[in-house]
Design a protein around this ligand. Structure first.
Ligand code: DON
Length: 304
């Protein structure tokens, strides 16, 4: 396995030249575009890593699958479905167009609009209360974890993300945001700025492979039914307007973030996490995608 991961890094490295750091959140420009790493955690708790897997990065949109599980646990599926749909959007993650002709209801919880509707449903009136609840939920999953918000990245997005605020206020008009828009949007920025290493992300997301229960600590994180829904959403919408291609080339439920992370789940077997901040034109890690394609091919991981 170790050799295979190193081979995957060597295969993917040349593609980094074609990628670019995310620049619309200014602090993300501080990342090193040459970083590339992969970690696999299997159901027995063994972890294999190659490359830059101890570099912390902000999980960005990968947080959307974690906040969704948290809110599904707290509020239940019926409530969630009042505010968001479960259909692929086929549009970029930041898009506003569909929202207008679909009466402010986001297509799914993995686009920005849907994730902001989800933070609206989180317990707490302020952004601090909402994000503290989410972080506490995450810290309970893996013993001795202590996830933190990268304050520089958080401030940077808070100060520049006018489009996400517009999305929030637009949805509020249609009743899709519970509570204050500013609290929901701010909590969304905070969850996107949670920092992890590639190795930590792979370990944390192992409960997805375990059908809602962490196979190492045996803690029940969520119901198998919630994991089924989130896996289906990841397969359909986890990489936005690149989700179809990802299904064809990798064939696993996956979720990407503009910090350069991608997590992919092999149900019942393992959780794979990749990190490479050089992104392709759709905002997905260019090297990370190549690593996942390589591993899916070599290990025959595709579910399709
Ligand atoms: O809202 C944003 O634009 C970022 N905080 C997160 C976007 C993101 O990670 C999209 N994923 N590829």
């Amino acid at each position: 396995m170790q050799q295979l991961l190193e081979q995957a890094i060597r295969y993917a490295k040349p593609f980094l030249e074609q990628g670019k750091l995310a620049d619309y959140i200014p602090a993300l420009l501080r990342a090193n575009p040459q970083h590339l790493g992969v970690s696999i955690t299997t159901m027995d708790g063994k972890q294999h890593s190659a490359g830059d897997t101890d570099e912390p990065f902000s999980i960005q949109s990968i947080s959307k699958i974690l906040s969704l599980i948290y809110v599904l646990n707290e509020r239940g599926k019926e409530k969630v479905l009042e505010k968001v749909g479960v259909e692929p959007s086929g549009n970029p993650f930041y898009s506003l167009v569909q929202l207008e002709y679909e009466s402010g209801k986001p297509r799914n919880p993995l686009i920005n609009a849907g994730a902001i509707a989800i933070t609206g449903l989180m317990a707490g009136n302020s952004a601090q209360e909402k994000s503290a609840g989410l972080i506490q939920f995450l810290n309970n999953i893996v013993d001795e974890s202590d996830y933190k918000i990268n304050q520089e990245i958080y401030r940077s997005e808070f100060e520049t993300s006018h489009r996400n605020r517009a999305v929030g206020y637009f949805m509020k008009h249609f009743g899709m945001i519970d509570g204050e828009v500013e609290a929901a949007v701010d909590a969304y920025f905070q969850q996107c700025s949670i920092e992890m290493t590639c190795a930590q992300l792979s370990r944390l997301s192992l409960f997805f492979a375990g059908g809602g229960t962490d196979p190492i600590s045996h803690k029940k994180v969520t119901d198998p039914e919630n994991v089924k829904w989130v896996h289906a959403l990841m397969a359909m919408c986890g990489l936005y307007d690149a989700s179809g291609e990802f299904a064809c080339t990798v064939g696993l439920p996956g979720k990407s973030g503009v910090g350069g992370g991608i997590v992919a789940i092999v149900p019942g077997k393992m959780s794979i996490s990749v990190f490479g901040p050089a992104l392709d034109g759709k905002g997905n890690s260019i090297g990370g995608l190549k690593i996942l394609e390589f591993l899916s091919r070599e290990l025959r991981l595709s579910l399709f």
